[in-house]
Design a protein. Sequence first.
Length: 548
Amino acid sequence: MISRLGQVSSNGTEMDYYPVLIDGAWRRARARSIFRAVNPATGEELPGDYPLSDFADIEDAVRAGRGAALEMMTAAPESLADYLELLGERIGGATEALARMAARETGLPLDPRLRLVEIPRMIRQLRLAADAARDRSWCRATIDTQADIRSKYAPLGGPVVVFGPNNFPFACNALGGTDFAAAIAVGNPVIAKAHPYHPGTTRLLAEIAFGCLEKSGLPPAAVQLIYHMQPEDGLRCVAHPMLGAFAFTGSRPAALALKAAADKAGKPAYIETSSLNPVFLLPGALKTRAEEAADELFASCTQGAGQFCTKPGLIVFIADPAGFAFFKVLRSRFQGSQPGVLLGRSVLEGIETALAAMGNAGAEVVVGGKRVGATGFRFENTLLHITGESFLRNPAPLQQEAFGAVSLCVLCRNEDEMLGIAAVLEGNLASSIYSHEDGADEALYQRLEPVLRIKVGRLLNDRVPTGITVTASMVHGGPYPATGHPGFSSFGAPISFYRFAALHGYDRVRRHRLPPELQDRNPTGKMWRLIDGEWTRKNIERPEERQA
């Protein structure tokens, strides 16, 4: 939510505000209005005015990005990797200033969250992307020597616009976060659209990222920054004929509007919208570790004031004696607990809207349910409950994401009702099943897992879904509405690259005109290629070469 908008020339004089980064230069925005970030812990505006750009700025950025994209089509993977590594190194050197700015703008704790966890994670993401870019195997070079047809993944030929989310000012920032790293690693320029909750943090990252370009040899417009835009200009942006693709993490209505505009124009759209990340606690697990599970779920639900996209917002169990004992413990953990700081007013209002919808559908608040304090943005840690029968009668409004420390407990009568609830779930990023350590729940697990498997991107056992491990095999995606396409992940290198890549085919093209990855000689000697149906690192030998 923008804290303040004012006319740029309301009294006939121009107002000072931070410049945007477009086409290789920091320049004055053609601003419709200005805004300031807010300290969510106090509700007070922070110093520094930022522009809400006119579409003319966006047009200039997209056109400059298209020019940069054509230059980057032939960029050496080593140059892309060197850039990402240099960026990570310089971010590490600026940790203190970055973390302190983000703490003021988001209310997130300086330590350990920002300085010791999230910035190191951001740097690791950049390094993993660099490693994958340098290795080149990600491009899946595929060669049929008999037909002389070859293909590989390559850049899109247009800029990628990244709309950064509100909850991870570093790991998911439009400037340097996971989408940025993937787009650059493939060879695409990035137009970063800062989140208005942390424009200063994004500005500092942009200064670092822009400063790294010259040393890398990448074009000056490989990295651009626009702070904010009108919704209608966002729709025009993602449908621009020169755009390569866009990535957006945020509210479902905004994501769907952007996706519809991009789809109409034939532009790739990658959205992450909402997820409840349901946790299923099977009877045997609750008989042996009800208190332990309650502690883990409470910590997971309230971590970061519940503003994690993998927060467990739905907790499903059977209402037998062990289930009621677990519920009692979980309720006691919520009672009297201190709420954290929410990222902004819109998050607070979103929680209230979601709770009202759940209440109208039959859910009852057990603990919490109200705003806290007159200053800043806080909401009581909230636990609700509903019977499985009532949930199944009207599941849609009970699956609204309340982006905060809010969880809904569903008390089932029996195993069949639990399976029925799994069957009506919408798509989610993650889900976890707690089961008995010695196999007492195995039969129920084997019935539940196939139903749940197609509803989530990442399935866990015996642990909460909160948190992402930065590794090549991590899946952070899932069926709609968690994301717009279940075949991709926004985390993990190189799996995240494919959202911003095009498949290029070469049919009997003269060998010296082929990209290095598709020529007979393996360009690195280590890159994996699929040649005549076999994954190999070998060079292709022609018959005359073998005879020699």
